[in-house]
Each structure stands twice: as structure tokens, then as C-alpha cells.
Design a protein around this ligand. Structure first.
Ligand SMILES: Cc1cc2nc3c(=O)[nH]c(=O)nc-3n(C[C@H](O)[C@H](O)[C@H](O)COP(=O)(O)O)c2cc1C
Length: 371
């Protein structure tokens, strides 16, 4: 996109409840109303997009056995994580630049998440300030996701602000120290049309009109267990390490004091050729062995996927792209509609599978589908 086009970035504006038959159709509808560069950035992934596709298709490698004499009428979806009581086992994933999807930016998403009643993750690369997001959140729980600067004094200042804003955990994203090979963004000459107020102090520009490569190049490339130790002792908040794909990294993170493991491949946006995120979950859960909670994302599109992730060791899951499509189609009300869809769909799956509680799902053994 040229600068002229960026200035005219015309984000969707409508606020309305939306009908969600499934989240794939939301993507289709959103593609018609989000400007091309913005939609490419949200929906695109790296390389051949093999990993992005595997994120969804690998859920079919395992099946759920229906139990029909299980006496389940009203499944209970409630659970808890790191001292938060949740009515459903899903939260909002950290996502940059919601303003690409809707003019209300992160405040719109935050309101939908808060009105529904779950946790909002605030990305370091948000296009809105903490104050603006708070207008949507209105005191509702939030976690803060950090992309570290090379300068630890700046990291401390950002963590201080996130704490002051009321974050109850820090998500340290470790899988995006540089950008994956996102060919759609290169083709569209995509640059961010808005600034990044939270991290603008460590960018040579404000974040506005910068390409992904520029932005990532200015954040810290070397992330090690020492950073987990540093953040944990400085912030005195639980640190959840995001982007874990192997049992080895999970154990390193826990050894460094991580209070949670976030299994994710960034929605296939980083290393193409990596397995689907669901494929690596069970082995990581076995290694973690319940010492810290596990958050899972990448590819959650249906209640079945939430169920399968929990059956394979996740405590909760995070929703990514479908939430931005809901935001584009209906602002905060659209976001709430997407969350309600997941609630209804998971309830149905639990009932058909014969599970009353999230604990029952955790004790469900999936069978291996032969393909
Ligand atoms: C448009 C977009 C922006 C993202 N920005 C961030 C970010 O700022 N920080 C982060 O940790 N992850 C980010 N992610 C990754 C998400 O947190 C999550 O891992 C991913 O969306 C899961 O894949 P799915 O949306 O296909 O389910 C982003 C993902 C998308 C689609």
C-alpha cells in the first residue's frame, strides 16, 4: 500500500450482533469488508502456509468417542487459571493492530470480551493506548503480552505501565524475534497504517508506516531463560512463555520460573514447515506434568477443537483470527457473538461426548484417526 492509500485506510465501522454458523464463513465475509492490505496481514501466514493449514487439519488426526449414557443435560464450562475464575475455557489471544479490522481498534475487542466475560490479552503492538483499551475493558481482567526491547530499562518501563494498568500476568512471546516470511504482506507492500503507542518508545518511528521487518528488527532478537527469570523477578507477576512447541523449551521455561506455558506457533505466521500446534500439544503436556497451566492456540475454529485441545493437555485455549473477523463484521457486538458461538458449540460437543465438566474433558482419551 502506498502512503496515500494508508492515510485513507478505511476500516469497517458497523456495530451489530452477527450470526455465526461457523468461523470459516466469518473469514469469507470479513475478506469483503476489510481493506486488502489489512485482511492480508490478518489472514496471511508464512511461506506455503503449510503450518497454518496443518493447525486446523491436524485436529482431525484425533477423534472424540461419543458417550451416550452419560446423563449430561447442562454441561458446566467453568474453569480457572492463575487465580482467575472463568465461565468458559477460552480467552482472547494477543493480536497486534485491531484497527485494521475495525475503527474502534482494541477498545472494541476489549468491550466484547469484557461484556462476554473472559480474559483480554493486550498485545505490545496494540494500536491503542492502555487508557483507550480500558474504556472497553472497564475493569475486566487482562494479561499483557510483551515483545521485549533490546533495552532492559525500556522493558521495565513497559512492564511497570502494564502492571499499573492492572495486568495480572505477562505473556512473553518468544517465537517472533523476527518476522516470518509473509509473502502476502510483501506483495501488498503492507505497512502499519497506525502507530503502536505502547512500544513506540523503542521504535525509531512511532510504528506508523513501518513494515513488519522494521518493527521486529527493533525488538530483542536474543531471548533466553534469563529473560524469563528477569521478567519474573522484576514484575512479580506470573510469566507465561508463548510460542512453545517442544517439551525441551517447556522445561527450560519452567526451570527459569515460568508460571505458565503457552503452546502456539503464532497461527503459522512464523516458521512454515513446523507441525500443526495441536500435533505437539500432548507431548508438551506430558513433560509439563501439571506443574504449571498450559494455554493453547493456533487453529481453534470450533467447539470440537477446544474440546480436543483440553483432552490433550491444555487448561484453556486462546482465540485469534476468528475474533478479529467478528470485530470487523460487528465491532464489540460481533466479538461477543463469536465468543457466544464458541460457548454454544463447546456446550453441544461436551453434551454429545458425554462430558459434564472441563475436568471430565481432561480425563477423556481421544482415539487416533487412521487416515
Ligand atoms: C493479525 C495477527 C496479529 C498477531 N499479533 C500478535 C502479537 O502482537 N503478539 C503475539 O504474541 N501474537 C500475535 N499473534 C498470534 C496470536 O496470538 C495467536 O498465536 C494466533 O492468532 C493463533 O492462530 P489462529 O488465529 O489461526 O488461531 C497475531 C496473530 C494474528 C493473526
Amino acid at each position: 500500500m502506498s502512503n496515500q492509500e494508508m492515510k485513507q485506510y478505511d476500516a469497517p465501522k458497523e456495530v451489530k450482533e452477527i450470526d455465526v454458523i461457523n468461523t470459516y464463513e466469518l473469514e469469507e465475509k470479513a475478506s469483503k469488508i476489510i481493506p486488502k492490505g489489512g485482511f492480508g496481514y490478518i489472514s496471511g501466514a508464512s511461506g506455503d502456509e503449510y503450518t497454518k493449514q496443518r493447525n486446523i487439519s491436524s485436529f482431525n488426526d484425533k477423534g472424540i468417542l461419543p458417550r451416550v449414557l452419560a446423563d449430561v443435560e447442562y454441561p458446566d464450562l467453568s474453569t480457572s487459571i492463575l487465580n482467575h475464575k472463568l465461565k468458559v475455557p477460552f480467552i482472547m489471544a494477543p493480536i497486534a493492530a485491531h484497527g485494521l479490522a475495525h475503527e474502534t481498534k482494541e477498545a472494541g475487542t476489549a468491550r466484547g470480551v469484557a461484556e462476554f466475560g473472559t480474559i483480554m490479552s493486550i498485545s505490545a503492538y496494540s494500536g491503542a493506548t492502555f487508557e483507550e483499551i480500558e474504556k472497553g475493558l472497564n475493569g475486566s481482567p487482562r494479561w499483557f503480552q510483551l515483545y521485549m526491547s533490546k533495552d532492559d530499562e525500556l522493558n521495565k518501563a513497559i512492564v511497570d505501565e502494564a502492571k499499573k494498568d492492572g495486568a495480572t500476568a505477562i505473556i512473553l512471546t518468544a517465537d517472533a524475534t523476527l518476522s516470518g516470511n509473509r509473502e502476502t504482506d510483501i506483495r501488498n507492500q503492507f505497512v502499519y497504517p497506525f502507530g503502536m503507542p505502547i512500544v513506540s518508545r523503542y521504535l525509531t518511528g512511532s510504528g506508523e508506516r513501518m513494515s513488519l521487518n522494521n518493527i521486529y528488527a527493533q525488538s530483542k532478537q536474543k531471548i533466553s531463560p534469563k529473560d524469563v527469570e528477569f521478567l519474573s523477578s522484576y514484575s512479580e507477576l506470573p510469566i507465561i512463555v508463548k510460542g512453545i512447541q517442544t517439551p525441551e523449551d517447556a522445561l527450560l521455561a519452567i526451570g527459569a520460573g515460568a508460571a505458565g506455558i503457552w503452546v502456539s506457533n503464532h497461527g503459522g505466521r512464523q516458521l512454515d514447515g513446523a507441525p500443526g500446534s495441536f500435533e505437539v500439544l500432548e507431548d508438551i503436556a506430558i513433560a509439563v506434568a501439571g506443574r504449571v497451566p498450559i494455554v493453547f492456540d493456533s487453529g481453534i475454529r470450533r467447539g470440537e477443537h477446544v474440546f480436543k485441545a483440553i483432552a490433550c493437555g491444555a487448561d484453556i485455549v486462546a482465540l485469534g483470527r476468528p475474533m478479529l473477523y467478528g470485530l470487523a463484521l460487528g465491532g464489540w457486538k460481533g466479538v461477543k457473538s463469536v465468543l457466544e458461538y464458541f460457548e454454544t458449540d463447546l456446550t453441544r460437543v461436551m453434551q454429545l461426548a458425554g462430558t459434564q465438566t472441563i475436568e471430565d474433558i481432561k480425563h477423556t482419551k481421544l482415539f487416533k484417526n487412521s487416515r
